[in-house]
Design a binder for this molecule. Sequence first.
Ligand code: CP
Ligand code: NVA
Length: 315
Amino acid sequence: MKHFLKDTDFAQHEIPEVFALARELKRQRGKHAPPTLEGQSWALIFSKSSTRTRVSFEVGIRELGGHSIFLNQNDIQLGRGESIADTARVLGRYLHGLVVRTFDHSDVEELARQGGIPVVNALTDFLHPCQIYSDAFTLAECWSGSAGAQLESLKGKKIAFLGDCACNVANSWILGANRFGMEISLAGPECYAPGPEIRELLKQEGYAGGYTFTDDPVAAVKDADVVYTDVWVSMGKENEMRDRLDELQPYAVTQDLLDGAAKDAYFMHCLPAYVGKEVTREVLEGPRSVVFDQAENRLHVQKAILSVLGKSGGR
Ligand code: CP
Ligand code: NVA
């Protein structure tokens, strides 16, 4: 049985299949829908807000012939203290898969261990792999021309990540960049540098030292093919808002900063964006911004991921 909890849960040789499927699903959307989840019921268990992830998964499951059930953590007994292990063992008797957005990464690991059905990480405090696969697919589309989203087009490209370099999207991009053969350089204040947990995971995956970190945003974006940022105040960090807005201000993506990257560099943001904070309107709405392509590709790439996982086992 296959789970998708972290960027490296697909081996290097499996990623071309995911991209090829996503390409095909995107091309054929509305014309032909392969019923890869026919007869299957998948639950979405979300303990945090979501626009893109929730809607793209619900629509995606439906378009693949499956049925989705949305459960806010507080709607079920989990919110009243039932253990994750018991919840997983019960839900595994009814469902064919779980899509989970929560705080502790260990919770998705426990659900995967106990449930007997595929589990997809829809964002934890540690990682957001669905986002990074969709972003990588978007870049592959940008760089592959009429061939359409070829994984090889990512090889050797440089991504610069600015701002909170210890957040889930940064961590997942560190892992993903290594998986996709890209170089990643991050810039932020020292107190938001990538932490020991991601360094340990990189080591386990054979990618020790697979990133560079600096407090100089200009140095990080130099020669970068992509400049990426995320919100400065991730979900669950609202009590740190004031400090974060002050400390991260020098890392805002402005047109000047983007002009210091490689010629024709793309701007990316996982969204939601806070204009005037981590990015200026000029950059977000500018000709190099691909933020809405990233958002659209969540649907196609996640459908591909679900299709692969849905045939991997479970009920
Ligand atoms: N990028 C992303 O995951 O957006 P949502 O929080 O709206 O799902
Ligand atoms: N780092 C952000 C990502 C939102 C999609 C958060 O966790 O809130």
